[in-house]
Design a protein around this ligand. Structure first.
Ligand code: MG
Length: 256
């Protein structure tokens, strides 16, 4: 099942994306999946970021080949950071290349969407707390990142407005342990890997984060990026693809 959030007749709605259109849901999928019987035409709708203003947890250095390319050592515990909710944008929305940008990179990631709240979730129960998965682009400004990391921080470099495209939909029923993941820039393949190369699995991350904090419906965990990251510039189009989810496409535009 592919759960979409979309704008129709000026109203944001949730629906199940099927071949004949968007099957409108009553309310939020985080409360329950209840179909209204109404089908909204895809052509008359615009897909939105699948979660409105989500809490965004990021995991750094979680693919072995990316750890190697970044010259870092293997983390012993997940390297956790957060991105502000104002970074989240939907499919087709522009990634704004900021005035301060010198080296802005794309990062293809599998994003976990939490469906059921929980604290101290056991690894064995972790996937029961997941509603589904979507594609994420953990856009990062590397010059600022380097300077921030020397101070032990990761905030502005990953937190500019529009630095977290998500979508196109939330796919349910997937096994997250071996999904192909990749990125293309202007149609050229730049990243190609599998979630089977994750150092800390989805279940590990859900369990780990929830030792400290209550995970809430609509929370998003970006699970890290494989090797092949690289720069983008205004005018580029970035596509992130996760097997079983779909393709998330965003243009890059200059701030002014
Ligand atoms: Mg990342």
């Amino acid at each position: 099942m592919h759960i979409a959030r979309y704008l129709h007749d000026g109203e944001p709605r949730y629906g199940i994306m099927e071949a004949d259109g968007l099957h409108r849901l009553a309310g939020s999928p985080f409360v329950g999946i209840e179909r209204t019987g109404v089908v909204d035409a895809l052509q008359a709708s615009r897909l939105l970021c699948p979660i409105e203003a989500p809490r965004l947890f990021g995991i750094g250095l979680n693919y072995v080949d990316h750890i190697r390319e970044s010259g870092s050592s293997t983390p012993e515990i997940p390297l956790v950071f957060m991105k502000p909710s104002t970074a989240a944008i939907g499919p087709g929305e522009p990634i704004v290349y900021p005035l301060e940008g010198q080296e802005v990179h794309f990062e293809a990631e599998l994003a976990v969407v939490i469906g059921r709240r929980g604290r101290r979730i056991e690894r064995a129960d972790a996937l029961d707390h997941v509603l589904g998965y979507t594609c994420a682009n953990d856009v990062s400004e590397r010059v600022i990142q380097k300077a921030e990391m020397q101070q032990g921080a990761l905030v502005l470099c990953k937190g500019f407005d529009s630095f977290c495209p998500l979508g196109p939909t939330i796919a349910t029923g997937l096994d997250p342990r071996d999904l192909r993941i990749g990125a293309r820039v202007n149609g050229k393949q730049r990243q190609s890997s599998s979630t089977s190369d994750l150092l800390f699995s989805v279940a590990d991350l859900v369990a780990y984060l929830s030792t400290a904090l209550t995970l809430l419906p609509g929370d998003v965990i970006l699970t890290g990026t494989p090797s092949g990251v690289g720069p983008v510039k205004p005018g580029d189009v970035v596509e992130i693809e996760v097997e079983g989810v779909g393709v998330l496409e965003n243009p890059v535009v200059a701030e002014r």
